[in-house]
Ligand binder design. Structure first.
Ligand code: 5GP
Length: 202
């Protein structure tokens, strides 16, 4: 059986990764990986759905047991993609979607070059400032810290396979859906199976 494909959606916080990923799950048959984090749940977040919320000790134990596909420290907390689910789903032929920060995305590209990394950009820095402030969850200092982090993250964009500006949500979702579909038609993927089929038909 052909392996599934791994897609990584990354980019600065406030770019709209979460919203875009939610819409992708509505449009395509793809599995979203649920990350593990040491941060506290926000209101409405459910353990096992939004994240697996764990203690620092539990997170450390999993690092030592080589249980992460990738992990990173984002601001003051740790976030990681549990390895087992990703590997199992890919082996079953399922596509897997990761919504992770930019350090994590670059680590995935280094360790798993077959993964497809998509950089999601906010329309502009003033618009990003508006989005971050509008959330009401960040102090003004935290907003400034995130904006300066964003400038650094944008400088790593060339390491990605694709970049999509999230100016209009539906337009951005359409583009990501097109990228995922196009990756399945890449000649470098699964050509053997396709050639075999045509040889058998002659
Ligand atoms: P938040 O705390 O707002 O949910 O997420 C903060 C940042 O951590 C976001 O950029 C999010 O994409 C990223 N993140 C969430 N899960 C993971 C993960 O498993 N690995 C990495 N590297 N980053 C993650």
């Amino acid at each position: 059986m052909e392996e599934g494909l791994l897609f990584v959606i990354s980019g600065p916080s406030g770019a709209g990764k979460g919203t875009v990923c939610k819409r992708i799950l509505e449009e395509l048959d793809i599995d979203l990986s649920v990350s593990m984090t040491t941060r506290k749940p926000r209101e409405g977040e459910v353990h096992g759905v939004s994240y697996y919320f764990v203690s620092q000790d539990e997170f450390r134990e999993r690092i030592e047991a080589d249980g992460f596909f990738e992990y990173a420290q984002v601001y003051d907390n740790f976030y990681g993609t549990p390895k087992q689910m990703v590997m199992e789903q890919l082996a079953k032929g399922r596509d897997v979607l990761l919504e992770i920060d930019t350090q994590g995305a670059l680590n995935v590209k280094a360790a798993y070059p077959d993964g497809v990394a998509i950089f999601l950009l906010p329309p502009s820095l003033p618009e990003l400032r508006r989005r971050l402030t509008g959330r009401g969850t960040e102090t003004p200092e935290a907003v400034e810290r995130r904006l300066s982090e964003t400038r650094k993250e944008i400088s790593c964009m060339k390491e990605y396979d694709y970049c999509v500006v999230n100016d209009d949500l539906e337009e951005a979702v359409d583009r990501v859906v097109s990228i995922i579909k196009a990756e399945h038609s890449r000649v470098s993927r699964g050509v053997q199976d396709l050639m075999k089929r045509y040889e058998e038909e002659v």
